[in-house]
Design a protein around this ligand. Structure first.
Ligand code: GLN
Length: 539
C-alpha cells in the first residue's frame, strides 16, 4: 500500500491534547492492522530540545538512536508500536540549518533561496523520509494555527494534497469548544474562526476533533459542520476522558477511525480494542487497591518534566492490577527538614536529573529506603546517588561524591571517564540512546526482565567509577548489569533488601500501557508487597 498521510493541526489554544489525539489515532489504526508511523514538527528555532529547560518544555524524550526530542514522541511510542528515531521530530531550526548548509555548499546553483519552495521542499522531504515503509504517517504540526512561525509548515502540508492526490492525504484539525459559564453553553465560534484561518491558507480540514469539557450536543455538532464546511459525521466530539488511556476507546466510539479509513479509502479490518479495554478496566477498578510512591526529585513543580516516568509507574500499576498514586517530594525539603515525609510511602523512587541542588536530600532519602527496607528504584542520577550513599554509609568513604558536584572530590565514585574529560562543550557530549547491557543471573534485574541481554536508553554524562568496584562490591553492592563493550556499570543492587535497584539508563522511555516495563512491574510489585507488610504490622 502506498503511504497515506494524516496531518494533525491545532486551533484556538495550545495544550488541548493534539499529541494525545495523534497518538490515540495511531493506536486505533494499528488495532486495525495498519503499519503506522508518527512525526512531530516543532515551529520553534532551537535545533533540538536537548538544551531547553524542563521547566519550560517538560521532559526531553530520548529515542533509541539517541535523539533528544519533544515529549509528544513519548506519547506516540506509548500508544503505538512505531519505532521512532531522530527523523520523527524536527524543528524550524533544523529545517533552516539544512537549507543554509545546502546554500553554503552551492547546492542551489546561485538561485535565490526562499521560504517557498526551498524551506517548504525541505519540510516535505523530511516528512516523506520519515514515512518510508508505513501504511499511514501521522504528522502533528506543533503550535496553533495562526502562529507566524508555523506558516511554512502549514504551506508545506497544504502542498502535500496536490503532490500526493486527495485520497492519500487527510487533514485533521483539533480545536477547543469552550464552555462559557455565564452563558451556560458550549461555544463553537473559536472553532469556526480557527477553521477559517486554515481555509485562508488553503487547507480545508476533512475532520474536526472538538475538545470540550462536556458532551457536544447534536445541534452544536451540526452547526460546526455547517459553518466549517465538513460533514456532520466528520465533526468528532472529544470530551475530557477519565484517563488518558481511555482516549483511543472514546475516539473510536465517536467514529474517528471509521471516518479516517473511509476518507482515505483504506480497506481495514474492524479494530481489536480488547487490550485497551483491559487497560481501562484495570485503571478504573484495580483488584489490589492502591500503592503510594514517593518521588524525591528537583523539578517538582512541573508534572510534565517527569512525564514518561509518571506514565511508566502507572503502567507498573496496570501490570500489578493496582492503582499507583505518586507524590512528588522536593529533595531540598528532605535536605532541610529530614526524611519524615517519606514514612507514609510504600516505595521510594529517585529519578534522573542534573545539578547539585537537592542531591543531599536525595542521598538521605536513599539511605532511609535502604536501611528501612523500603523498595527503592534509582534512575540515572538516582542510581548515581545510590552509589554515593553506599560508598559513604556502608564503605565509610564519608566524602564520596559525584564529580558532577565536586570536581575535586577525594572519592569521586561517580565521575567523567578519561576520554570524556577532553570534551568540554556542553551540547552533544552525553551518552545518548540505546546501549546493550548484560544482566547477572538471579539478580532483581534479571528476574524482572526474564532474560540476560537487554537494551535500554541513556541520557547522561557521568559514569560509575570502576576504580571503586572492588571496594563497593566487597561491601556487598551487586553490580548486576554491565555494558560489556565499554565495561560500564549499568545497574547496581543491594542484595537481601526487599527490592533496591539503581540503573544508569532510563527504562521509563520504553514502557507502554499495553506492555509495561519489567523494572516498573517489579518495583510496583515490591511496593505492593511492602504495603501488605505494613498493613499486617498495624493490625
Ligand atoms: N547528571 C547526571 C549525568 O549527567 C545524571 C543525568 C540523568 O539523570 N539523566 O550523568
Amino acid at each position: 500500500m502506498k503511504t497515506k498521510f494524516i496531518f494533525v493541526t491545532g486551533g484556538v489554544v495550545s495544550s488541548i491534547g493534539k499529541g494525545l489525539a495523534a497518538a490515540s489515532l495511531g493506536a486505533l489504526l494499528e488495532a486495525r492492522g495498519l503499519r503506522v508511523t508518527l512525526q512531530k514538527l516543532d515551529p520553534y528555532i532551537n535545533v533540538d530540545p536537548g538544551t531547553m529547560s524542563p521547566f519550560q518544555h517538560g521532559e526531553v524524550f530520548v529515542t533509541d538512536d539517541g535523539a533528544e526530542t519533544d515529549l509528544d514522541l513519548g506519547h506516540y511510542e506509548r500508544y503505538t508500536n512505531a519505532r521512532l528515531s531522530r527523523k520523527s521530530n524536527f524543528t524550524t531550526g533544523q529545517v533552516y540549518f539544512s537549507v543554509i548548509e545546502k546554500e553554503r555548499r552551492g547546492d542551489y546553483l546561485g538561485g535565490t533561496v526562499q521560504v517557498i519552495p526551498h524551506i517548504t521542499d525541505e519540510i516535505k522531504s523530511k516528512i516523506i523520509d520519515n514515512a518510508k515503509g508505513a501504511d499511514i504517517a501521522i504528522v502533528e504540526v506543533g503550535g496553533t494555527v495562526g502562529d507566524i512561525e508555523s506558516l511554512p509548515f502549514l504551506e508545506a502540508i497544504r502542498q502535500f494534497r496536490a503532490d500526493r492526490g486527495a485520497g492519500n492525504v487527510l487533514y485533521l484539525h483539533v480545536t477547543l469548544v469552550p464552555y462559557i459559564k455565564t452563558a451556560g453553553e458550549l461555544k463553537s465560534k473559536p472553532t469556526q474562526h480557527s477553521v477559517k484561518e486554515l481555509q485562508e491558507i488553503g487547507i480545508q480540514p476533512d475532520i474536526l476533533l472538538c475538545r470540550s469539557e462536556q458532551e457536544l450536543p447534536r445541534e452544536l455538532r451540526a452547526k460546526i459542520a455547517l459553518f466549517c464546511n465538513v460533514a456532520e459525521k466528520s465533526v468528532i466530539p472529544s470530551a475530557d476522558a477519565e484517563h488518558i488511556y481511555a482516549v483511543p476507546l472514546a475516539l473510536h466510539r465517536e467514529g474517528l477511525d471509521e471516518e479516517v479509513v473511509d476518507k482515505l479509502n483504506i480497506w481495514a479490518k474492524a479494530p481489536d480494542l480488547g487490550p485497551w479495554q483491559e487497560v481501562v478496566a484495570k485503571l478504573r477498578n484495580p483488584a489490589h487497591g492502591e500503592v503510594r510512591i514517593g518521588i524525591v526529585g528537583k523539578y517538582v513543580n512541573l508534572a510534565d518534566s517527569y512525564k514518561s516516568l509518571n506514565e511508566a509507574l502507572v503502567h507498573g500499576g496496570i501490570a500489578n492490577d493496582c492503582r499507583v498514586t505518586l507524590f512528588l517530594i522536593d529533595a531540598e525539603k528532605i535536605e532541610l527538614e529530614g526524611v519524615g515525609p517519606l514514612e507514609e510511602f510504600d516505595a521510594i523512587l529517585v529519578p534522573g536529573g542534573f545539578g547539585e541542588r537537592g542531591s543531599e536530600g536525595k542521598i538521605k532519602a536513599i539511605e532511609f529506603a535502604r536501611t528501612r527496607n523500603i523498595p527503592f528504584f534509582g534512575i540515572c542520577l538516582g542510581m548515581q546517588m545510590a552509589v554515593v550513599e553506599y560508598a559513604r554509609n556502608v564503605c565509610g568513604l564519608t566524602d564520596a561524591c559525584s564529580s558532577e558536584f565536586k570536581p575535586d572530590s577525594a572519592h569521586p565514585v561517580i565521575h567523567l571517564m578519561e576520554e570524556q574529560k577532553s570534551v568540554s562543550r556542553k551540547g552533544g557530549t552525553m551518552r545518548l540512546g540505546a546501549y546493550p547491557c548484560t544482566l547477572l543471573k538471579g539478580s532483581f534485574a534479571q528476574k524482572a526482565y526474564g532474560s540476560l541481554d537487554i537494551s535500554e536508553r541513556h541520557r547522561h554524562r557521568y559514569e560509575f567509577n570502576n576504580g571503586y568496584r572492588d571496594l563497593l562490591t566487597g561491601k556487598g553492592l551487586l553490580l548486576s548489569g554491565i555494558n560489556r563493550e565499554g565495561d560500564l556499570v549499568e545497574i547496581v543492587e543491594v542484595p537481601g533488601h526487599p527490592w533496591f535497584l539503581g540503573c544508569q539508563f532510563h527504562p521509563e522511555f520504553k514502557s507502554k500501557p499495553l506492555n509495561p516495563h519489567p523494572l516498573f512491574r517489579a518495583f510496583v510489585a515490591a511496593a505492593l508487597e511492602n504495603k501488605g507488610k505494613s498493613v499486617k504490622s498495624e493490625v
